[in-house]
Design a protein around this ligand. Sequence first.
Ligand code: NAI
Length: 302
Amino acid sequence: MVNESLKIQNVVIVGTGLMGSGIAQVAIESGVNVTVVGRTQEKCVATKTKISTGLARSAKKKFADSAETQSQYVEAALSNLEFATELTDVNFSESDLVIEAIVENLKVKQKLFSDIEQVVSEKCIFATNTSSFQLKDISSKLDRQDNFAGLHFFNPVPSMKLVELVRGDETSDEVYNALFSFCQRLGKTPVRCKDTPGFIVNRLLIPYLLDAMKMVERGDAEISDIDTATKLGTGYPMGPFELLDYIGLDTMKFIVDGWHQRYPEDDKFAPCAMMDRLVSEGKLGKKTGEGFLKYNSDPKRA
Ligand code: NAI
């Protein structure tokens, strides 16, 4: 049973990128009050536009027959949204939860959380959306580790139902339960997981993607055959190379290199020369027009 004092209504989201704006959108649509903290006024303005576009899309799906209801829906959601460019401008005495969704850099995240700890109230929960660090690395210098947990949303947030709710060694039951209810309120399906590298999805996915690349390196099979085989043989919607290009090879390399550094003995996380070469050539996947595949009107193998 969630303690009434931990009911989450006022949320601060730090980060105006892909994830920060997506989380903000679903939260304000669910009636949660959100303050997004961006680094500059320009970023805040651009994020408001991005969120408004997302809300309009969502409203169109929900109320296809009424343009008036759509615009009322968008206005109502936007009335729950505020912006700030400095942590010191946020009214933290009212905040129930701070979600960090900034750049995947350990030092930057550690610094942000120690700044946050100085300004939030006793009851405030803080959560990270990290996809590759362990919670214990981010929170090691924090005093209130019982208030800290991982909320790992998936991209694009408005349409992906999953949130991995990561429990640190010291996360309290009250905090964990409050976050569980919060995810459900946002229309998401939370899954429970421990503070292990990659949590559930990435821990299974990254070694699988690395294995697919190593199959090609060994000459066991070709890219197109592996993509076809996994789609038709397992029902996966994308083959591993299509997925690698969608994620971005730079992002993938960042995660793999980090894990390899931390677990050099573990073969599952051993780097892949073929991916490293593509990254060094700037072929990062879909976003650059080429990765393992080429992206034009008639995609061909790279
Ligand atoms: P993004 O690149 O779209 O946004 C990053 C945000 O961090 C921007 O608002 C940027 O202004 C801010 N930022 C950059 N350097 C900063 C600094 N030194 N100090 C403070 N803020 C800084 O990144 P995205 O994709 O939104 O990722 C954010 C977090 O979410 C990362 O931890 C990432 O691992 C995680 N994540 C990303 C997913 C994805 O598919 N993109 C999925 C799940 C989690």
